[in-house]
Unconditional design. Structure first.
Length: 263
């Protein structure tokens, strides 16, 4: 028989379809065999004068059924068929309870699995979020380091100080007598703005006169790497000795003191 035919036979025998729908083939065969055995059970007729009971008046194969019948409240005047039906219903009820218990245990197992999967998913999400935050923090730190390196680079410093000096420094005069005063004003400006010494030579070059630039082009670059070297070279080329520079500086200092003394 096919599984479907076995199920139909069990339904005809009194089973509920909802109870047998989940049974596999081995269980179906087992229950159908019980039905066939119940239908074809041989009950011998009692011959007058012949007793089929034991000494206590009961048949050996009905001891268990009698015990179940007594538990169910069945009296002796009930037919054998009624007793069998009651026993059958009792067994089916026990099987139903066992199936419900198995289903309950299976549901609990599935709930535990679902809970474990949710926990694993939450843990994975937390780990991914942590890794993302760490990666973002490292990227931001690297960006800050790059920005710091960029701000501290010579090119950026030259541009920053160049922009600061553009509107406050004048071009070097062509008259040699005014060159000393120009160098003194530039040095005061460098001191006031705290311009780094390593940038002073680069920053002053754009403001040199055309004559000074021409002289600088003929000089060894190694000898004009600093502001002081540029000043010394140009004073020599313009025939302005250091003494002239010092005299001019002292003169301006005296004029400044006299001006303040009037107040």
């Amino acid at each position: 028989m096919s599984d479907e035919r076995l199920r139909r036979k069990l339904v005809q025998a009194g089973y509920k379809e909802v109870d047998i729908i989940g049974l596999d083939r081995n269980e179906l065969l087992k229950y159908v065999a019980q039905v066939i055995l119940a239908e074809t059970a041989y009950v011998p007729e009692q011959i007058e004068g012949e007793s089929t009971a034991d000494d206590d008046g009961s048949r050996p194969d009905e001891d268990g059924e009698e015990e179940l019948a007594m538990e169910g409240g069945l009296t002796e005047n009930r037919s054998l068929e009624e007793r069998r039906l009651w026993i059958k219903e009792r067994k089916l009820e026990e099987q139903r309870l066992q199936r419900e218990q198995r289903l309950q245990l299976e549901e609990q197992r599935l709930q535990r699995q679902l809970k474990d999967r949710r926990w694993q998913l939450e843990e994975r999400k937390w780990q991914e979020r942590k890794e993302f935050e760490q990666r973002k923090w490292r990227e931001e730190l690297e960006l800050k380091k790059n920005e710091q390196k960029y701000r501290e680079s010579t090119a950026v410093k030259v541009k920053t100080w160049g922009d600061a000096l553009r509107n406050v420094i004048c071009k070097m005069p062509n008259e040699s007598t005014e060159v000393v005063s120009w160098f003194m004003s530039v040095e005061k400006l460098f001191d006031r703005l705290k311009v780094p010494e390593e940038l002073q030579a680069v920053l002053v070059r754009p403001y040199l006169s055309e004559r000074a630039k021409l002289l600088m082009s003929k000089c060894d670059p190694a000898h004009t790497a600093t502001y002081q070297a540029i000043k010394k070279f140009l004073l020599q080329e313009l025939h302005l000795s250091s003494s002239v520079y010092l005299d001019k500086f002292n003169s301006l200092a005296r004029d400044k003191d006299e001006t303040f003394g009037q107040f």
